[in-house]
Design a protein around this ligand. Structure first.
Ligand SMILES: *Cc1c(COP(=O)(O)O)cnc(C)c1O
Length: 434
């Protein structure tokens, strides 16, 4: 009875090395976590549209529930019910964890449901979240307007903060938590930040946590890696504990799905998995299957998009109607460049473009684009452009917008995988009409 075949479509002994060295993530995306022989030989995983799973025996059902409820460590050995997990989700989770060299990953119905479940799993009444700023607008809203209703406080610091500034923010958070009868429960980062591309020094954050909170406090460092991940930044290697993704962006990559993911050690993932089981924020089987297809080409797509962005930015940087770029391939600030050199392996394909003028000139530019589409979101195969001050960050108070550098002449661009010369020609003709 101990050697029950699980219904997880998982090979018992996954092949992770070839010729004595680890197989690269790009290769593992084609088959890792799936055994065709467990699915009638189907080369690709079928989509498992079922709400519940039949147990081999009553004893097996009991054992699976012991795993689900945490009565027995190590998680469920078999599948139980589709609010907890399913084969498509598990294969996707196995492949997602490859990129960050994480023990475990969890997938969610959206980036925001991943973030919401993460913060609820770790924060209780009286606790304080320390976070970098700016954050994705919905994340800021969730912390400042939703979690605050349950007595959870927050302290924020600017993305580029130095070790001393990080220590000061953590000390303030520690004091606030004491006043409120709670603890510093979470250090939440977003790097690069949206839409400014400001980088957070993850190593300095980990050092500041050690210096201020010591080892007695266990506030995990979580980081939203949506802009550079999974290809160009691996935060777990620099001191982060949990990596957060909107899989809607580069991982999904075709602007045709919404999903989220979290990766980290089993220890950090366990309470989040338990809460996801309770709340039902898991991703559905069909979208999981679409993401499996997307991950097969993620390296190809991101590489091409990154190369395109470098060419487009080289053109834009010297254009007389351009007032500057917020592009990680051309950083002006030495401290930001130092963080980039330590943490990032590529400059990405999402950047800020400052048009000479204000909202009128920026709108004129956006309305004149022909190949690039006027839409929010990023990381798709197609090039998108938007105006954060008037769109994604419209609800941010003017003073905070000014502090974060979200100006009226800022256009955010996400470069896709089209032909680079066509994109340059499009930007050229649109700028001519400004
Ligand atoms: C889009 C995005 C999110 C939210 O993800 P959804 O999938 O839209 O819920 C969170 N963080 C960042 C940086 C994003 O770009």
């Amino acid at each position: 009875m101990t050697d029950l075949p699980t219904s997880r479509r998982k090979p018992k002994a996954p092949v992770l090395t070839i010729g004595g060295r680890p197989i690269k993530p790009a290769t593992l995306m084609m088959g890792h976590g799936y055994d065709p022989q467990l699915s009638e030989g189907a080369l690709k995983p079928p989509i498992f549209l079922t709400s519940t799973f039949a147990f081999e025996s009553a004893a097996a059902g009991k054992r699976h529930f012991e795993g689900i409820t945490g009565k027995r460590p190590g998680g469920a050995e078999g599948l139980v019910y589709s609010r907890f997990n399913g084969p498509n989700q598990e294969i996707l989770e196995d492949r997602l964890s490859v990129w960050d060299q994480a023990e475990d990953s969890l997938v969610f119905s959206s980036g925001m449901s991943a973030i919401a479940t993460l913060l609820l799993a770790y924060c209780s009444q009286g606790d304080v979240i320390v976070h970098s700023g700016p954050l994705y607008a919905a994340t800021e809203t969730y912390i400042a307007r939703a979690l605050s209703r349950f007595g959870i406080g927050y302290v924020d610091f600017p993305a580029g903060a130095t070790l001393a500034e990080l220590e000061a923010a953590l000390a303030r958070a520690h004091d606030l938590a004491k006043q409120q009868g709670g603890k510093v429960a979470m250090i939440y980062l977003e790097s690069p930040a949206n839409p400014t591309n400001a980088l957070v020094d993850i190593e300095a954050v980990a050092q500041a946590r050690l210096n201020v909170l010591g080892s007695a406090e266990v506030a995990p460092i979580a980081i939203d890696n949506t802009f550079l991940g999974p290809l160009w930044q691996q935060p777990l290697l620099h001191g982060a504990d949990i990596v957060v993704y909107s899989l809607t962006k580069y991982a999904g990559g075709h602007s045709d799905l919404v999903a989220g993911g979290l990766s980290g050690s089993n220890l950090w993932m366990a309470p989040i998995r338990a809460l996801r089981n309770t709340m039902g924020t898991i991703l559905d089987p069909y979208t999981s299957w679409m993401l499996l297809r997307s991950l097969e080409t993620v390296e190809l797509r991101m590489t091409r998009a990154g190369e395109n962005a470098a060419k487009v930015c080289a053109f834009l940087a010297q254009h007389p109607k351009v007032d500057g770029l917020g592009y990680l391939g051309a950083i002006a600030d030495p401290r930001q460049q130092d963080i980039f050199n330590r943490h990032c392996t590529g400059a990405g394909s999402t950047f800020s473009l400052f048009i000479k003028g204000g909202e009128a000139e920026s709108f004129r530019f956006l309305d004149s684009l022909s190949i690039a589409k006027l839409a929010v979101s990023l990381g798709g195969t197609e090039t998108l452009a938007s105006h954060p001050a008037a769109m994604t960050h419209l609800s941010v108070p003017d003073a905070r917008k000014a502090m974060l550098g979200i100006t009226d002449n800022l256009v955010r661009v996400s470069i896709g995988i089209e032909d680079a010369d066509d994109l340059i020609a499009d930007f050229d003709q649109a700028l001519a009409l400004v």
